[in-house]
Design a binder for this molecule. Sequence first.
Ligand code: SF4
Length: 403
Amino acid sequence: MKEIMVNYFQSLENGNLPAGQAGKKIAWCTSVGPAELLRSFGFEVYFPENHGALLGATRTAMDFIPEAIKCGYSGHVCSYTTADIGAYLKKQSPLKKHYGMKGAPKPDIIAYNTNQCREVEDWFTFYADEFNCPIVGIQPPRYLDEVSQDEVDLVVKQFKKMIPVCEQVSGQKFDLDLFKKTIKLSREATLLWQKVLKTSAAMNAPLSFFDGTIHMGPIVVLRGTQIAKDYYTTLLAELEENVKNNIGFLPQANSRIFWEGMPIWGKLRMMSDLFIANGAAVVASTYCSSWVFDQFDENDPWNSTARAYTEIFINRSDKAKEKMLANWFEEYNIDGVVFHDTKTCFNNSNAKFGMPQRLQKTTGVPALIIEGDLCDLRFFSEGQSITKIETFLEQIEDAKVLI
Ligand code: SF4
């Protein structure tokens, strides 16, 4: 994993070499944005959200958020956005220390998809202005119960509108075969990633949610490449071997937990240790499943890509989300669900409009809501969260004894 990520970031650094030297042009893209189309034009693809997660995981986000606030960004909007913009303004980045880069690579083109939130449009537009760089966006219909062909048609049109801009910036004509080839690689990697996650449906789950947040690196930043496909082929073989030998990440779990919402990046280790110390296995999540695009089909490249990126969990109505969650609870044999009510990401917080209560009624799976944030740890109370989680896990175990 380390080698893959170092090579990935190094290829971005090379992308910024002066003209005439090796290196490709750079596209910035949202994490569930049109990466396949960009790769088909030969762009190296950089994901600012990945940088946001790095700022969270290294706990440097809080050093940078105030810089963005000074520029007029509220401290209550997406802390990926504020941390990333603040780091840019302060000309600092953990990419220097961890990957030997000068900082985030300069974009030649910026692309976003508001299938996840409108924040990405504001965030990316800031950079388009800063770098005086072309920006292209996809704005699909949101909060859908079902995604119909009408919606897909609309999104296909928006995808196709990107082509002339990509051609102009890359200097390459659109090549349908290359696009199909990239989708094929993306599909293969994403289906392997899905199988990786599903290994934890085993009673002795080999992969925790917390490990998943690390292993998802390649499916986020390298989908559409052979590297991602190879990585998940190897990982899957290892996990399947563990399932066969009944080796889980916990010798014996007292309960199986589902994590709903964003990770708390600066507290991954603490959270992982907390659940393990209480004998609870966090075996599945909506977050890690967000990079399963099982609709990709290279034989129907436009429709399948538009559908895959519009059907994602975060872009759906509560009704559709509840159906998906209920299926996951059953598939992973879930005893309890923890909703992370993320202070600065309204879009990925599903505990605000009665969903935990409705789901408990329909599935019988008890829910706990904890408050926190993806990057800004000022919104997270460690002591209070530990008490809430430990009490919740005890209640689940007591209920099992009574049964
Ligand atoms: S989905 Fe949430 S965390 Fe992700 S970019 Fe949008 S607001 Fe930020």
